[in-house]
Design a protein. Sequence first.
Length: 114
Amino acid sequence: MPSNVSLHMITTGNELPGYRIVRPMGIVRGITVRSRSVVGNLGAALQTLVGGNITIYTELCEKAREEAFELMMRHAAERGANAVIGMRYDANDVAEGVTEVLAYGTAVVVEPVA
């Protein structure tokens, strides 16, 4: 049965302060592939005329990262981990207007330091 991996048990560091690694469970990942819609591209083009934050793209990127992060957490839980260390994001263009977002790290079982 999968354990739960809570947000405070995920770090970009190689250790989790206050915990010791009992068992490494391997690399885990979450991946999503997103595209921009024609309507979204039009709205973003209009926002670029004004300048500043292009909120349509910001929201798209945030949703993609959130989805990849949640998939990574699920993958870690399926492996029996209760934490993820060395967490990172990566993104690549798969095709014109199509982007892959990857969240990855090392799943581990940790226990509190006595």
